[in-house]
Design a binder for this molecule. Structure first.
Ligand SMILES: [Zn+2]
Length: 137
């Protein structure tokens, strides 16, 4: 044992490895979310298995796009405010999604919806709802 601390000897390579792992994990999460999106948009499911909330957030997919089967509108749910453990698979959220308009019209919580895709952005005029392949619906 010399006078050099283990931090001096090993610190930077340990940090570099951790950094490489984090980068690889993010890339893997991105690919997994992209693959799930393609399956949903190309085949309309099956939704399971699906990436977890944590994976989606780590990959930059902050929103889950859902289509209400009552009024046919597409809505986005912000995944960073969903109060579920980060290990929850995204498909498990389907049965918790409640359409505000339909619930109001019907007078009870209306929870019939179809998962569409993960998205990095909310639905806006410049970021239109996703369409299933090919073309509309
Ligand atoms: Zn609705």
């Amino acid at each position: 044992m010399g006078t050099k601390s283990r931090e001096t000897i090993y610190g930077s390579s340990i940090r570099a490895s951790a950094e490489r792992a984090a980068v690889a994990r993010k890339a893997a999460d991105r690919l997994a979310c992209g693959a799930w999106n393609q399956r949903m948009l190309g085949f309309q499911g099956p939704a399971q298995p699906s990436p977890t909330l944590g994976d989606a957030l780590n990959a930059g997919y902050i929103y889950l796009e859902v289509k209400c089967l009552g009024c046919n509108t597409h809505q986005t749910v912000a995944l960073n405010v969903v109060r579920r453990p980060k290990a929850t698979p995204v498909h498990e959220l389907e049965r918790y999604m409640r359409c505000k308009d339909c619930s109001q019209v019907r007078g009870y919580p209306y929870k019939r919806s179809h998962l569409v895709a993960l998205r990095p952005t909310k639905i806006t005029a410049s970021d239109p709802p996703s369409t299933w392949w090919p073309g509309e619906r």
